[in-house]
Write a protein that binds this ligand. Structure first.
Ligand code: F6R
Length: 610
């Protein structure tokens, strides 16, 4: 949540660089944006606007000349989205400006202390304590850096901070604790940001900062990193960013979400590329080779994730149990971290995350840090915190996902989980070969669903006016139902609930009436007839039903009001095709309602606070 960027260089391009960086990071939060830049000797100018980065650009007008700047795009945690609460925040005499992503947990205590010292606060944010505290320590310190270090020592919580001071106009500071921060180093410039998408235009040489590290970057492109917990300098080589800049734009699509849905076939290919050999019936997961020995002793896997990644985990649970015969439990990371469950060393923790920066999932991994258990990751964002925290893992290779609603990442996660299930199996399972062959065939089948986009759009237009929706499914269809409901509610603001179809009679059936349609996942499986019974029960109560069924199913026409067909596939791979159809449905419902599909209200792409 929130994105920060800081730029310092020899040319006067900092304001443009920061604005472009903020645009790239806007998916992280978009309720307000602000920038601070050196505006002549000893003066830091700030501009802040409610709304998108474009509003900030419009307000700044012609490009401002400055060799250093820091900027912020906000997802409000403390205080409503107003200009006063937008970042950057100043100290009283406006000589220090700070941008912050994260939460300062002890801000109330610090604010009380500073108020007693005469400091006046003008915002409702937790962040404002930071410039005042630096100012407070600066009164008795020898250098600005010393005051900053004393401040960092006092802050509890999570932060990525960008700090500039008029005292040192040629220096930019940035610090990190439990919030992502990457430093880019170019020719005569340094740029810090919440993620590499804001950096890649300037340089591919980067350093990922670790917790308790801060960087002092100067306009000649040099930098020093220090571990402020142990007060020691840190020597770090830059690494080369493996990131394709071209992927992060919309191309000819009206929205990132549609583009990313249409990337499903390519996502399926990329997730299996170089990992699946159909002819020799082999799965090769290079990312797990270094833990091959430990994996032999694993007799239980706990998957932790949030939101869509959690639902992908539920599909993974069925896959791993059915194919590899290893018991799996999937937990919401936000709950996992507070549980006191016994954990044996033969249990592996598997974190799934698109961004690799989700605070709850990181906290789950941290919780087991000293348990001596194997920590695995299924992560999309290369070099992200979770990717670096885990002992081993498998990248999703879905490319950057920009729309807030996760689409192609789900496809990649489920595909990778299928590969992990195969990798962990003894290859004797009767599903081994058919599943491998089906993974190879899926991209073409996903294309066939995309070809039905116009029909799905018409269906979405027909149903966009309803206020409530139920999604039901059994076994592999159950996580699909949960994910389908999440996708609909987050971008169309329609109330939608996902349920295991077998639970209908235990409560949800009471809600059914003509104005409460149900989306039934009724693809081919040994349980299909039981799902038919659920559909009959809904129809008997005058409920409308949209079914997703497998091509060639003639029975469903007589049962459901409307049907979306997916190509014939295995029960185990059906979620990958069902998901594409449901994503298109949600997308077109939101479009019909005239909503901002890529940036739904109240949400942000990367949830880096608890
Ligand atoms: C829903 C969605 C969220 C994320 C969740 C986890 O469309 O995008 O539910 O899936 O916030 O995010 P990651 O996968 O980045 O850990």
């Amino acid at each position: 949540m929130c994105g920060i960027v800081g730029y310092i260089g020899q040319q006067q391009k900092a304001v443009d660089a920061v604005l472009d960086g903020l645009t790239a990071l806007e998916y992280r939060g978009y309720d307000s944006a602000g920038i601070a830049y050196q505006d002549g000797d000893k003066i830091i100018a700030i501009d802040k606007q409610v709304g998108r980065v474009q509003a900030l650009r419009d307000s700044l007008g012609d490009s401002k000349q400055s060799n250093s700047a820091i900027g912020h795009t906000r997802w409000a945690t403390h205080g409503t989205p107003t200009i006063g609460n937008a970042h950057p925040h100043y100290n009283t005499d406006k000589t220090i400006a700070v941008v912050h992503n994260g939460i300062i947990e002890n801000y109330a205590e610090l604010r009380d202390h500073l108020k007693k010292q005469g400091y006046v606060f003008v915002s409702e944010t937790d962040t404002e304590v930071v410039p005042h505290l630096i100012d407070f320590y600066r009164r008795s310190s020898n250098t600005f850096q010393e005051a900053l270090e004393q401040t960092l020592d006092q802050l509890r919580g999570a932060y990525a901070l960008g700090v500039m001071t008029s005292e040192e106009p040629d220096v930019l500071y940035a610090a990190r604790l439990s919030s992502p921060l990457v430093l880019g180093v170019g020719n005569g410039l340094c740029i810090v940001a919440s993620d590499p998408s804001a950096i890649m235009e300037h340089t591919k040489r980067v350093v990922y900062l670790n917790d308790y590290e801060f960087v002092r970057a100067t306009s000649d492109g040099s930098f020093q990193i220090k571990d402020f917990k142990n007060a020691v300098p840190v020597s770090r080589e830059t690494e080369t960013l493996d990131y394709d800049a071209a992927v992060a734009n919309k191309g000819d699509y009206p929205h990132f979400m549609l583009k990313e849905i249409y990337e499903a076939p390519q996502t399926l290919r990329s997730a299996t590329l170089g990992r699946v050999r159909v002819e020799s019936s082999q799965v090769k997961l290079g990312g797990l080779e270094c833990v091959a020995k430990q994996l032999r002793y694993i007799d239980r896997i706990v998957i932790v994730a949030c939101g869509t990644s959690y639902y992908a985990g539920l599909v993974g649970e069925y896959l791993i149990e059915e194919i590899a015969g290893i018991p799996v439990e999937v937990q919401q990371a936000s709950e996992f971290k507070y549980r006191d469950e016994p954990f044996s060393r033969s249990t592996a923790l598997l974190a799934i995350s698109q961004s690799g920066e989700t605070a709850d999932t990181i906290a789950a991994l941290k919780k087991v840090e000293n348990y001596g258990v194997l920590r695995l990751g299924v992560v999309n964002a290369i070099g992200s915190t979770i990717a670096r925290m885990t002992d081993a893992g498998v990248y999703c290779h879905a490319g950057p996902e920009q729309a807030v609603a996760s689409t192609k990442a789900f496809i990649a996660q489920v595909t990778v989980l299928a590969l992990i299930a195969l990798h962990l199996s003894d290859r004797g399972n009767e599903l081994y070969k058919p599943l491998l062959a089906e993974l190879d065939a899926l991209p073409k089948k996903a294309e066939a669903i995309l070809e039905q986009a116009e029909d799905i759009k018409k269906l979405a237009q027909k149903y966009a006016g309803y206020r409530d929706f139920l999604y039901i499914g059994r076994k592999y269809g159950f996580p699909c139902a949960l994910e389908g409901a999440l996708k609909l509610k987050e971008i169309s603001y329609i109330h939608a609930e996902g349920y295991a179809a077998g639970e209908m009679k235990h409560g949800p059936l009471a809600m059914i009436e003509p104005d409460f349609p149900t989306f039934a996942i009724a693809t081919d499986s040994p349980l299909l007839e039981k799902t038919y019974s659920n559909i009959e029960e809904i129809r008997a109560r005058d409920g409308k039903v949209i079914a997703i069924a497998t091509e060639g199913n003639e029975t469903i026409e007589g049962l459901a009001d409307d049907v979306i067909y997916i190509p014939r596939t295995l029960e185990q791979t059906a979620p990958l095709l069902v998901a594409v159809a449901m994503q298109l449905f949600s997308y077109y419902v939101a479009i019909e309602k005239g909503l901002d599909v890529d940036r739904p209200r109240n949400l942000a792409k990367s949830v880096t606070v608890e």
